[in-house]
Design a binder for this molecule. Sequence first.
Ligand code: ZN
Length: 138
Amino acid sequence: MRQPLRGDPLAYLHGPGKIIPGVETALEGKVEGDTLQVSIEPEQGYGVRDERLVQVVPRSAFKGVESIEPGMRFQAQGPEGSRSVVVTEVATDVVTIDANHPLAGVTLHFDVEVSGIREATEEELAHGHVHGPGGHHH
Ligand code: ZN
């Protein structure tokens, strides 16, 4: 699956693991103007799919929802707090939901261009994120 999105440049702090690890590894030692294509295996990206996160629940669990369609997302309350689930199948009495991350099990492809590199300021290092263009504004 290609990610066709071409967004604004993303400024990130190299080092503390703020972006997908595989992308960061590929950017190691790169200089301004370098372009690279990076493929990230699921293990390095959003993880592999866990079929235990696919559950069949009674339709009555969706109180107040009149029509349930595959592809709808809900916040489900579980023992570990709320997590996002997607409806994958709807039968008369039961609904199949999948709590895997949408990109779990997916190999990601990135076309990366290094548009600039600069030293992080002490304040940025303290905050753990970038300030200014492409970063935080606060
Ligand atoms: Zn900050």
